[in-house]
Structure formats: C-alpha cells, structure tokens
Design a protein around this ligand. Structure first.
Ligand SMILES: C[S@@+](CC[C@H](N)C(=O)[O-])C[C@H]1O[C@@H](n2cnc3c(N)ncnc32)[C@H](O)[C@@H]1O
Length: 295
C-alpha cells in the first residue's frame, strides 16, 4: 500500500525545511513522517489541542487525570448517566479538558467527536464501549503519542500557521472536506473557506513554500492547474450507514514540488497490482483509483 510519509520526509530532507500542518487533527500523517521533529501545527478544536499538548507535557500526569476521571464518574454503575455528566461538565484546566476529550471520544459512538453550532459536544454514547472494564488506551500508547507530538507547536487557526511558513517548508492542508463532515468545531468550514484556503495556498507556493492539499473530489474546482492532483482512496470507517463505510475517494494536490521518486513509484506499483495503467497526476490523465494510506 503506498504511503505518503516517506515521500514527505524525503522532500523535507532535500529542502531542510519543516512541516507546517494547517489542520492537524489526530496528526497521523505528521507523526508518521516527522515523529518528534519540530512541526508547526494549527487546529481549531481546543479540546484536541489540549490532548496533544498535555500528552507532550507529561503522559503519566495525563494518565493519572484519566484514572481520576474514570474513578469519580461511576461509569461502571451508571454508564449513560456518567457519559451525560462528563459531556455537560465544565472544565477548569487544560489537563481536565484533555482528559474529558479522551474520555468522551473513547466512549462515543464510533469514537466520534462532533459539536453543534454552539460548540457543545453532541455524540451519543456507544453502549458496548461504556460497558468495557477499561475502554481507554494504555499508558504505553500515551507515552508513544507523547514522543511523536513532542516538538509540535500549536496555533488555533490555519491562517496563523500558513503565515509563519518559510521558503522550503512543507505545508500540509487537510481541512474538513468539501461536501463532507464539517462539525469539528462550532465554526463550520464553508465553501468560502475552501476557496480562501486554496487561494492562500497558491500565494504561499509563490513564495517557495511546498504545498500538499487533501480534499474530496467536490473540491477539485479549487485545485485546477497549476496544481497537480493525484487521486487516492482511503478506507472510510466512520459513517452512520454501514453500507457507506467503503473506500472514500480523495485527492492530494501539490504545488511547488512534484512527489516523484518514492511517491510516484509506489502509486505505480499499486496501480500495477490493480491491473491498471501507472498513475499520472489528474491534470494529465483520467483518475486512476488507488488505495493509499495517508500515513
Ligand atoms: C479533516 S480533519 C484533519 C484530519 C487530520 N489530518 C487527521 O488525520 O486526523 C480537519 C481538522 O481541521 C480542524 N479545523 C477546522 N477548522 C479549522 C481552522 N479554521 N483552522 C485550523 N483547523 C481547523 C478540525 O478541528 C479538524 O481537526
């Protein structure tokens, strides 16, 4: 299965720049490619940023906060009541915020985090998860995550991170997808935001920043040439309807660099496995369905 991480690492090794991630989320791709390295990251979800930051600071301290939350919620006696109480609870410190985020997203339906237009978490609990003796990751997982995210500096908005990108830096843009899930934060990501992002990325490329932008096919109109677009397919595990949990089509569009060598070779190998012609950027050929991991 092709992976993007080695291509990104090779690219930055050549320019000596750093990774600037505009929509960090779980940071799966960033951590696979640049674990422990200096990364500038933006994410508008303060709960998610609190989790990464508290893990980086001290995973054992975070672990103790999670144990404490687990013991005082009476989850084993009244799972759904405990879930409602934690979801409604006010937090008074970044550590509490981080523990609450991990606690809720470990017990929510499909592990999902979604907020309404007021910013209130509104995912129902998963009863099977609620009933498990310990539904959270173990300390070793937190320690590994801490190592991977240590070195990452967070800012709240993609514009702040992009403004700080220098020539030779690699900007990764993985926004809420056009026509897809946008309920990460109270401020929804609109078509106007998509257009503003694509325009700002082009300006960044004009000052020798390298750009890789991910999105759904519905965003293709904002990534016409000089962008080069590569179709990729990812397994889509989160959907309310089981029949829609198949592979999801996406693209990665690049500007200011061309992911030849490793990336293109891997796409070619994968295409051969599927009995298809070798992959070409979308700007030069019709889409070739490829199964690619984004990490
Ligand atoms: C598609 S997800 C990113 C997924 C991520 N690459 C991963 O693998 O988990 C989009 C992310 O953008 C964040 N986001 C939404 N609006 C934002 C904004 N204006 N600035 C920065 N991040 C934003 C959301 O909180 C969410 O974590």
């Amino acid at each position: 299965m092709p992976t993007l991480a080695p291509a990104l690492r090779a690219q930055l090794a050549a320019t000596g720049g750093r990774c600037v991630s505009l929509f960090y989320g779980s940071g799966a791709l960033e951590q696979a490619a640049f674990a422990g390295a200096a990364v500038l990251a933006a994410d508008a979800n303060p709960d998610l940023v609190a989790l990464h930051s508290q893990l980086a600071r001290d995973p054992s301290r975070f672990w103790r906060a999670l144990l404490f939350l687990g013991s005082c919620t009476r989850r084993k006696r009244d799972g759904e009541g405990a879930y409602r109480r934690v979801a409604a609870a006010a937090v008074s410190s970044p550590l509490e915020r981080a523990a609450r985020f991990l606690w809720l997203s470990s017990l929510s339906w499909n592990g999902m985090w979604r907020v309404n237009s007021l910013g209130t978490f509104n995912v129902p609990p998963d009863r099977a998860r609620l009933a498990r003796p310990w539904p959270f990751p173990c300390l070793r997982v937190f320690e590994r995550a801490a190592e991977a995210v240590r070195g990452t500096t967070f800012v709240p908005d993609w514009r702040d991170a992009l403004a700080a990108a220098s020539p030779g830096d690699l900007v990764l843009a993985d926004p809420p997808y056009a026509g897809g899930f946008v309920e990460y934060t109270a401020a929804r990501f609109t078509d106007a935001d998509q257009e503003e992002l694509a325009t700002a990325l082009r300006s960044a490329a004009a000052r020798s920043v390298l750009v890789a932008a991910f999105n759904s096919p519905r965003a293709a109109r904002w990534y016409e040439p000089p962008w080069q677009r590569w179709p990729i397919t990812r397994s889509g595990r989160v959907n309310a309807r089981a029949d829609r949990r198949g592979n999801v089509s996406e693209f990665v569009a690049t500007l200011g660099w061309r992911p030849t060598d490793i990336f293109e070779a891997q796409l070619t190998i994968e295409a051969a496995h599927l009995g298809q012609p070798a992959a070409e950027p979308e700007t030069r050929s019709s889409p070739c369905p490829l199964v690619a991991s984004r990490s």
